[in-house]
Ligand binder design. Sequence first.
Ligand code: THU
Length: 160
Amino acid sequence: MKKIDVVATATIYEDVSELPSDVQTLMNKAVEARNQAYAPYSKFKVGAALLLENNQVILGSNQENAAYPSGMCAERVAIWKAGSDYPGVKVKQLVITASSTNTKVDRPVGPCGACRQTLSEYEINQKEPIEIYFMGEVGKVVKTASLLSLLPFSFDSTYL
Ligand code: THU
């Protein structure tokens, strides 16, 4: 028996103004997406912006449904748009922001577990890491250098 450390490294920016300017631009797009979210039930709006290697930017926002589990997260809306419209084109960066009319979201909002699982398959297939930046509406921004760093011991197609 042995114990191992599973280490995830993240960079913390104090706020958006510390981000590289190209990432700030992408964050502005994620805010645009967030504003278009359909979240009448949770009042929690999420926006995601993906930068593809062909410089195309793909936006996604959460889309809720009266039958709650039929709704979908912003990140999966975005990655499925990318996979559907630009199959095989690599994803360089994913930027996420969230806000709520119930409360001020001043902490970084990372992708949920199901989104991490979904995104991981794209990262594995493209054989290049996807940089992820996530924040709330204001405040700190977290950057991780890859998706898999957010998902240790992940399940993938090699088990099948
Ligand atoms: N949501 C996302 O869009 N992304 C996440 O990673 C977490 C949660 C959405 C789903 C739902 O519409 C609302 O936020 C509240 O859970």
